[in-house]
Design a protein around this ligand. Structure first.
Ligand code: FEO
Length: 134
C-alpha cells in the first residue's frame, strides 16, 4: 500500500480519522487506476472515482467544519475557504469530457492523483492539525 494513514496523520478525533482514512483509500484507488495496464478503457472507473470524491469531500468537510464550530475554532473561515477551493477544483474535472482515448484518460487520472497527494500532505498534515493542536 502506497497511501495509508501513518501515525502523524492521526488527529485523535475518531470520526475525523475514519474520514481521512477513506480519503487515503481513494488516493490508493486513484494510484491503482493509474497503474492499471490491463483495463482498456478507464472512463467508467474515473467517473466513479471522481463522483465518490465529490460526495465524500462534501460530507467530510461539513463534519469537520461543524466540529470546528463546536470548539469555537477561530480560523474556521480560512479553513472553510480551503475546503471550498478543493471542492471547486474537483468540480473542474469535467466528467462529460472524459474521452475514450487511453492517453488522455491516464492524464486525467494522473492529475487527480497529484491533486489528492497535495491535499493529503498539505491539508491534512498541516492545516487540519492547526485545529487539532490549537
Ligand atoms: Fe480534513 Fe480540513 O479536511
Amino acid at each position: 500500500m502506497m497511501f495509508e494513514m501513518k501515525p502523524e496523520y492521526y488527529t485523535g478525533i475518531d470520526f475525523i480519522d475514519q474520514e481521512h482514512a477513506r480519503l487515503f483509500e481513494l488516493a490508493q484507488e486513484t494510484h491503482d487506476l493509474l497503474n492499471n495496464d490491463i483495463l482498456q478503457n478507464k472512463a467508467d472507473s474515473l467517473v466513479h472515482l471522481i463522483s465518490e470524491l465529490i460526495n465524500y469531500t462534501r460530507t467530510h468537510f461539513s463534519h469537520e467544519e461543524e466540529y470546528q464550530e463546536s470548539i469555537g475554532y477561530e480560523r474556521l473561515p480560512e479553513h472553510a475557504a480551503q475546503h471550498r477551493k478543493f471542492e471547486d477544483k474537483l468540480m473542474e474535472f469535467d466528467l462529460d469530457s472524459i474521452e475514450n482515448d487511453f492517453e488522455s484518460q491516464n492524464e486525467t487520472v494522473e492529475e487527480l492523483l497529484g491533486f489528492l497527494v497535495n491535499w493529503l500532505i498539505n491539508h491534512i498534515l498541516k492545516v487540519d492539525m492547526l485545529y487539532v493542536n490549537q
